[in-house]
Design a protein around this ligand. Structure first.
Ligand code: BEZ
Length: 255
């Protein structure tokens, strides 16, 4: 199970845009009443509920206890289970798997793809969107440079998996999927408020920031803002340099 701990309160307060931007993906999923659908990496459950509104029978799956607590508080009538998206099993196969902004947190992409294939019925569909090659490159570079300039060790490893469309398609095909579409596209994403950039770092690189004392933490965040202001501050808010990979695939019915 991934060791990352989430701040579900900060997520709910400042990062609702993550699920808002995933709403278009539900149209692509086109859930039907009665279908069994798995929301992989459901977070606090907002999209799980929107899928359920179609009459589909949805299960939300997430590895993080705090996120699931919030999801259950938000939507007590829905079913949520705690499991690692890279290593899970289900009791009965699903008609579809939906996943928004979650697969980039699963570095064992092959494990995740194998689990998804096992969790779908033959012919079942996968509709997913997550960070693709080049995602948050500027934000991450600014963070690394600020740590370097302070003489602090850089993060041991890049904590995310951001594949190119071809590489991810090949990975899915190897697990028995037929990839119908795999599209990589930039999605510059406005962050909320003057402190949007600082909040983004606190939310998504919080563990690296927590290793610093308060003064160094402020120095790093100030340095990121200085470095990114010329390119990432527009019309009164910060813009994250998101790049999305959107995938639609179907599990093959035969060999
Ligand atoms: C995202 O693309 O949704 C994302 C990637 C890394 C950190 C936070 C968000």
């Amino acid at each position: 199970m991934t060791a990352r701990r989430w701040d579900s309160a900060l997520y709910e307060a400042q990062h609702r845009f993550v699920s808002r931007l995933g709403e278009g993906l539900i149209d692509l999923l086109a859930p039907q009443a009665g279908e069994r659908i798995l929301d992989l990496g459901c977070g606090t459950g907002h999209l799980t509920q929107q899928i359920a509104d179609s009459g589909a029978r949805v299960t939300g799956l997430d590895s993080d206890a705090a996120m699931l607590r919030q999801a259950r508080a938000n939507y007590p009538r829905l079913r949520f289970i705690r499991a690692d998206g890279q290593d899970f099993q289900v009791d009965a196969p699903f008609d579809a798997i939906f996943s928004n902004a979650a697969l980039h947190w699963m570095p064992d992409a092959q494990g995740a793809a194998a689990c998804m294939a096992r969790a779908l019925r033959p012919g079942g569909r996968l509709v997913a969107e997550f960070g693709g090659a080049g995602n948050v490159h500027r934000l991450y570079e600014a963070f690394s440079a600020a740590l370097r300039d302070l003489g602090q060790p850089e993060p041991e490893r890049f904590p995310w998996y951001f594949p190119a469309a071809t590489a991810y398609s090949a990975l899915l095909e190897a697990q028995g999927f037929q990839v119908l579409a795999a599209q990589l596209f930039p999605r510059p994403t406005p962050l909320e408020g003057e402190d949007g950039l600082r909040n983004w770092y606190a939310m998504f690189l919080g563990e690296q920031l927590e290793r610093l004392d308060t003064a160094d933490r402020e120095r790093v965040l100030d340095a990121c803002e200085r470095r990114l202001r010329p390119t990432q501050w527009r019309d009164g808010h910060w813009i994250a340099d998101y790049v999305r990979l959107r995938v639609v695939a179907r599990l093959r019915e035969g060999p």
